[in-house]
Design a protein around this ligand. Structure first.
Ligand SMILES: Nc1nc2c(ncn2[C@@H]2O[C@H](COP(=O)(O)OP(=O)(O)OP(=O)(O)O)[C@@H](O)[C@H]2O)c(=O)[nH]1
Ligand SMILES: [Mg+2]
Length: 472
């Protein structure tokens, strides 16, 4: 354990005490983490959740909303002044404007505070009167959780593993060629380091595009404000016999260690360690549409992501957490409005099967977990059509590409999720016995009644699982 680790531990300890005192005597804070791989639906989820918590007419399954415990809800300035605010108003305006469109892709951590005046029930409520509960929502890329594994790895090990994985990938040729031309024992030449980092980034981007998920370091794909900085200017190298001081190898090693210290650790310390409740959004339908390889890859990524929630997974993280843990984790298959509700149970079963492996390995130490199929922002309506004597349960919406209305039949998910998972595991190129299609729909133009948030599927049930107990 180094001095930095001790200091980290102390800082957490003091802060931990502060949080407990304020919880008891002042206003409780629930920190809800929202994560998922890129395009999983995080921004749309948070935007619709907040809109539906502000106007609770479509939230019957959130007991505190339907029972009237929540007297009011309002947005407040967040306590963490250095974290970008989740741009709720802009995202909502995109979805609900005259020409509705999906919000822009986001690339970093963002936060929003929503506060509730709550009237607790029972005798205590009658005596104490209403109280305030704060919900701090933290949006962060799932890719950043994958970096946790780097903390246990030296530069030499990481290089060896990364290059071993790249070996059989045809799109890695550029990386191999650049490495053949570089001498890791030679004195560092900054343009060489920069070129290698660029070639490596291009390789990671190609790996991502091909559906691979082991694309760490996560910030190479989502650099944000770190773009071009030395902590992102490194690459894996084959280890040379000699690694003299000032050599390319030594400098790359130094930057790799800096990435762990200055990028990975601060994220886990400042954001991840303070989360109470977590939702992991998964575009399972998108993966099924892309084919068995994408599903298998998703399963692997989920396993990696979830290992961050396993206490004891990493000694440094355990120390930062001080025994604190995420109390509830919800795994949600997003964009369920692409399916008729008759198939939602099947999607949830696939989601549960995808996670079973991760759950079996990771003892979440008493955290409550659940899987659900949700649509944060419903873009379709259901319609049953007859086609050649067969009835087809379809969904209808505005197509994103053409702007035309269309009914769409996505194919039939199997009743037994093992059919999907087994095909994925066996490395099949395509689904043999089924054809899954996906259409991209544009958000529908809405006319909302007063007191109603945007339409959704099971957002209220998800909210009840995640925060319901803290609002009554
Ligand atoms: N039909 C439908 N599409 C959705 C829904 N949620 C998300 N989408 C689609 O998924 C895309 C990605 O959603 P985002 O919320 O931006 O995803 P994200 O995880 O924030 O993505 P990044 O910021 O790029 O990491 C959107 O542009 C929509 O096309 C939903 O509830 N229904
Ligand atoms: Mg986003």
């Amino acid at each position: 354990m180094g001095i930095g680790d001790i200091a980290d531990g102390l800082a957490r300890g003091v802060e931990g005490i502060g949080a407990t005192v304020s919880d008891i005597f002042f206003e409780p804070v629930v920190r809800l983490g929202v994560t998922g791989l890129s395009r999983a639906g995080k921004t749309v989820f948070i935007t619709s959740l907040v809109a539906n918590l502000l106007d609770r007419g479509r939230m019957p399954q959130l007991v505190a909303a339907s029972s009237g415990s929540i007297l009011s809800a309002y947005l407040q300035p967040q306590p963490d002044v250095t974290v970008p605010r989740f741009d709720y108003e802009t995202h909502l305006a995109a979805l609900t404007g005259d020409t509705p469109h999906w919000p822009e892709s986001t690339r970093a951590v963002a936060q929003l505070r929503l506060s509730f005046r709550v009237q607790p029930g029972g005798l205590i409520g009658a005596i104490s009167g209403p109280r305030t509960v704060h919900l701090d929502i933290v949006d962060y890329p799932g890719e950043w959780l994958l970096d946790l594994a780097l903390l246990d790895k030296s530069y030499a090990d990481w290089s060896a593993e990364t290059l071993a994985r790249a070996k059989s990938r045809d799109f890695a040729e550029g990386l191999h060629a650049a490495l053949r031309g570089a001498d890791a024992s030679a004195r560092l030449d900054e343009p060489v380091a920069k070129t290698l980092a660029q070639v490596f980034t291009t390789y990671l981007q190609a790996a991502r595009a091909q559906g691979f998920s082991d694309c760490t370091p996560g910030r190479f794909l989502l650099p944000g404000e770190l773009e071009g900085s030395p902590v992102l200017t490194f690459a894996p190298l084959p280890r040379p016999a000699e690694t003299p001081r000032g050599s390319l190898w030594r400098e790359m090693e130094r930057r790799y260690e800096a990435y762990k210290r200055e990028v990975v650790k601060p994220f886990f310390r400042d954001h991840f360690s303070r989360i109470d409740r977590q939702i992991v959004l998964v575009d399972a339908l998108g993966a099924i549409h892309a084919g068995p390889k994408a599903v298998e890859d998703l399963r692997y990524a989920m396993r990696e992501i979830l290992s961050a929630f396993r206490p004891g997974r990493n000694a440094w993280l355990s120390q930062i957490l001080h025994g604190r843990r995420v109390e509830r984790i919800l795994f949600a298959a997003t964009k369920a409005d692409h399916l008729h509700h008759r198939q939602h149970g099947r999607l949830t079963a696939i989601m549960e099967a995808l996670l079973r492996d991760a759950k079996d390995r990771a003892d979440f130490a008493g955290a409550r977990t659940a899987a659900m199929s949700v649509a944060a922002y419903r873009a379709t309506v259901e319609e049953t059509l007859t086609h050649e004597g067969e009835t087809l349960d379809c969904v209808r919406g505005t197509l994103l590409d053409s702007g035309k209305q269309a009914a769409f039949y996505p194919g039939e998910l199997p009743e037994d999720p093992a059919r999907i998972l087994a095909a994925a595991r066996s490395g099949q190129e395509a689904w043999l016995d089924a054809d899954y299609r996906i259409m991209r729909f544009a958000p529908a133009r809405l006319i909302l009644k007063p007191g109603e948030g945007p339409p959704h599927i099971r957002l209220d049930k998800a909210a009840e699982f995640l925060i319901g107990d803290r609002l009554t």
